[in-house]
Design a protein around this ligand. Structure first.
Ligand code: RUQ
Ligand code: CUA
Length: 638
């Protein structure tokens, strides 16, 4: 049977595949599970779950253990709920794009532990990386499209001290971007890329540091090293065949795919030593000419995840189409690098001898994708085809286990259904919190009330404190969670307001006397204050053809005293937090009286928080009524 038929059948057969125990539904289990995930009214969750919103372009924040959705952080798409994409600053960040495809959130780290500063997310679609600041849970920077990089999927992987966000391309194209070649000449003309995005340690500001040119494989998921693998990074690939059409068949021909092992410190040094050539403003390293930057290792059957354990010694690949995970021993990888234990090369890049670096292949079942770790020597792998999570033991293995690695497989719990990513709390740090695992499932197959043809995605919460895993709760989300990060609530201290003395916006105004309307030629600048329950000024006069720039400062200093600024029929919707200043800019195209109002219910007199934009049809601000209508065509035409 063809691989793809197996995959399709497996999807159809969901629920029929056996994955060990069924979720407990006895009365005692129901009570225990409910208590484990219940957060009583007035109580709070212990952890944040930041999960990617996929092609919604957003990040969702839920609480653990309740799995309740708490807020949405818009990143790559406008979001009227927070006014994102309407004010000048966020519009500028979004640029010409109104969507992105968020896959893998990564919390910033110091010494391989979460430092509670930033959350980085990648955009698979438009080759970008964004930084969310955990002081206000808002997007503060969008970098990209990254030059020389197409399909920013193998991303965003943070290094031990957030020196870099490392990214690898899913797609390959002729480089530099804009060059056209026939896809039939794929092998010769197309290239992939690994990018090192440098992060400013103080501000979190990102910029493209350097890139490593690669063959046109489709790089897939990866991770960064720590401990013995400090300074290294890993990616699988699924198209070593270098196919460019009929991918599901042509890219699954080989039994093994070449995966990347990158010494990013060597890449950094190569650039410092002048060994890179510039392309589109970025130093590019050709790894065939700069030995020691890139190595390959061949891993079974279209591998997907490539995850480093908390000690940094074990790196685990999930082979989508082989029923096992492959465990590499990084100490052996280093020995193979140093002793040049290679089994050949591909385009001048050494291929590490598989037998010299592998510790074992663990027969976890069908469709292993991603692996997470609890820091106690156990690994948890998501199984797409088998629809379950498998718990297994990391090396060192006993002799009996080594002889039969089935013995290292300890437990399976069924998921519903076809789990993609999973996350164990803190798995990518050197000290995981453990305790909870969330399975992010691709299909929910009617386990919820019917909402029509499209079903929500499901997430399931699994208690991993005991020998046996225990599923305790499930919830549904908007499209579409890929990876997630779990952060202990006590490990971050978000601001409650924007303090007045920290507002450095030159257009902020804090009292009535500073507000007002200034006209310079065709430009009308308005400075507005918002406080319960009025805008000052509450009347703005301007003319058709004017550039209207409005700065609104919310002068409240009380948490959650938020005001909105909705301007009718002008597609303007700002939301201004306490102490914040936001700006919109529009060209006035039609005459009329346009009410503006507060969109965020702020007080008993919220409804009264309104005003008028009067757009006169001529250049005289005194024009009114019918005269306005009459003079409209002439002034609008200019
Ligand atoms: S990939 S289901 Cu976009 Cu994260 Cu593995
Ligand atoms: Cu301000 Cu409602």
């Amino acid at each position: 049977m063809k691989i793809i038929e197996i995959l399709t059948l497996a999807t159809v057969a969901i629920g029929l595949t056996s994955c060990g125990r069924q979720g407990g539904t006895s009365a005692a289990d129901r009570t225990a599970n409910a208590l484990a995930s219940y957060v009583a009214p007035g109580e709070k969750d212990e952890y944040y779950l930041f999960y990617s919103g996929g092609h919604s372009g957003q990040v969702f924040v839920a609480g653990i253990p309740s799995l309740r959705h708490i807020s949405t952080i818009p990143v790559f798409a406008p979001y009227p709920g927070t006014g994102y994409g309407f004010d000048e600053e966020s519009k500028k960040m979004l640029g010409d794009f109104t969507w992105g495809d968020v896959h893998h959130p990564a919390l910033s780290q110091t010494d391989s532990k979460y430092d509670g500063r930033w959350l980085f997310v990648n955009d698979n679609a438009n080759n970008r990386i964004a930084r969310i600041d955990l002081r206000d849970f808002k997007t503060h920077q969008i970098l990209g499209p990254i030059p020389n990089s197409i399909g920013n999927h193998g991303s965003s992987f943070v290094t031990e001290n957030t020196e870099y966000i490392l990214c690898a391309t899913r797609f390959s194209v002729p480089l530099p971007k804009g060059r056209v070649a026939d896809p039939k000449d794929y092998e010769k003309e197309f290239n992939g890329m690994v990018s090192g995005i440098k992060v400013d340690p103080k501000t979190g500001e990102m910029k493209v540091g350097w890139q490593i040119l690669t063959p046109p494989f489709d790089w897939d998921l990866g991770s960064t090293g720590k401990g013995p693998s400090s300074g290294w990074a890993f990616w699988t690939s699924y198209n070593t065949e270098m196919a460019h059409d009929l991918m599901e068949v042509n890219s699954t021909q080989k039994d093994r795919d070449l995966c990347a092992i990158v010494d990013w410190r060597a890449a950094e040094k190569a650039v410092a030593d002048g060994k890179a050539a510039m392309m589109d403003g970025v130093p590019i390293i050709d790894p065939a000419k700069v030995p020691g930057v890139l190595y390959f290792v061949s891993i079974g059957k279209s591998p997907h995840g490539f995850d480093t354990d908390p000690t940094g010694k074990w790196v685990v690949a999930g082979g989508k189409l082989q029923p096992a995970t492959t465990v590499l021993n990084f100490e052996k990888v280093l020995a193979a690098v140093n002793n040049k234990t290679f089994e050949g090369d591909f385009r001048g890049i050494p291929i590490l001898k598989y037998e010299a670096v592998v510790e074992g292949e663990v027969p976890v079942g069908l469709g292993p994708l991603h692996t997470q770790f609890d820091g106690k020597g156990f690994a948890y792998t998501s199984m797409f085809i088998d629809s379950c999570i498998v718990k297994w033991k990391l090396p060192p293995w006993t002799d009996a286990e080594k002889k039969d690695l089935n013995k290292a497989v300890l437990d399976k719990v069924q998921t519903h259904f076809s789990t993609g990513h999973l996350v164990v709390a803190g798995s990518d740090t050197k000290n995981p919190y453990g305790k909870w695992l969330v399975a992010m499932n691709k299909l929910s197959a009617g386990r919820h009330i019917n909402v029509g043809p499209s079903e929500p995605e499901s997430s399931q919460l699994i208690d991993i404190t005991g020998n046996k895993m225990k599923m305790v709760a499930e919830s549904y989300t908007e499209p579409e969670p890929h990876f997630a990060q779990i952060l202990k609530v006590s490990d971050v201290q978000p601001n409650e307001i924007y303090p007045k003395d920290e507002n450095k916006n030159p257009n902020a105004v804090w009292d009535k006397d500073a507000t007002g309307v200034t006209r310079t030629g065709n430009q009308v600048v308005v400075k507005v204050t918002a406080i319960r329950s009025r805008f000052t000024p509450d009347r703005i006069d301007a003319n058709v053809g004017d550039d209207l720039i409005v700065h609104v400062t919310n002068i409240e200093q009380t948490r959650d005293m938020i005001h909105g600024f909705g301007l009718i029929e002008q597609n303007i919707n700002m939301v201004i937090d306490p102490g914040e200043t936001k700006t919109f800019h529009i060209k006035l195209k039609k005459p009329g009286v346009f009410p503006f109002y507060c969109t965020n219910f702020c007080s008993a007199l919220h409804q009264e928080m309104q005003g008028y934009l009067v757009v006169h049809g001529s250049n005289t601000t005194t024009a009114t009524g019918g005269a306005n209508a009459v003079s409209d065509s002439s002034s609008a035409a200019k």
